[in-house]
Design a protein around this ligand. Structure first.
Ligand SMILES: [Cu+2]
Length: 165
């Protein structure tokens, strides 16, 4: 047996090449382009019965509410200083449904609290990560009257308030 380096060197080179290939494949090839389906396993999910929306983040039946307070997460929100939640100071009546819609092309959340370090963060409501086009709704009555701060877990500089009265 010669120097272990003779064997180790090409092995390390090969592992490096495999890692590079997998990284490239995962981050480049696997990134979905909107409207282009590459996977042979892709299948259209059946829409929930009687509801045109198929978003799994929308846990509440919107038709049960006569009022819906919609807050858009605007395109470009991820850029610090850009308009993000619209309206920025939203208002909703106690009997309304509050709905956040991610109209951006990247992940966002609507998480109650002032920042990730707020001990109350996410206790009142938390959309979790919303993919582009995803919605999250919660009845205002579940939160209760008051003015609440919320922010985005991915971009903590995205902050807004919702007032329920
Ligand atoms: Cu965000």
């Amino acid at each position: 047996m010669g120097s272990p380096g003779i064997v180790a060197f090409p092995v390390i080179l090969a592992l490096g090449a495999i890692t590079a290939y997998l990284t490239f494949t995962y981050f480049t090839e696997a990134t979905p382009d909107p409207g282009i389906i590459k996977s042979p396993y892709w299948k259209e999910l059946a829409a929930p019965s009687g509801n045109e929306s198929s978003s799994i983040k929308e846990q509440v039946d919107e038709s049960q509410f006569s009022k819906v307070a919609t807050i858009k997460i605007l395109e470009g929100s991820s850029v610090q200083g850009s308009p993000d939640y619209d309206p920025d100071s939203a208002k909703a009546s106690t009997d309304a449904l509050i709905k956040w819609v991610n109209e951006d092309v990247t992940l966002h959340s609507a998480t109650s609290g002032k920042s990730p370090s707020d001990p109350e963060s996410g206790k009142l409501f938390d959309s979790g990560l919303l993919n582009p086009g995803d919605k999250y709704s919660i009845p205002a009555a579940d939160i209760g009257n008051g003015e609440y701060s919320y922010y985005c877990q991915v971009h903590p500089y995205m902050t807004s308030t919702i007032t329920i009265e």
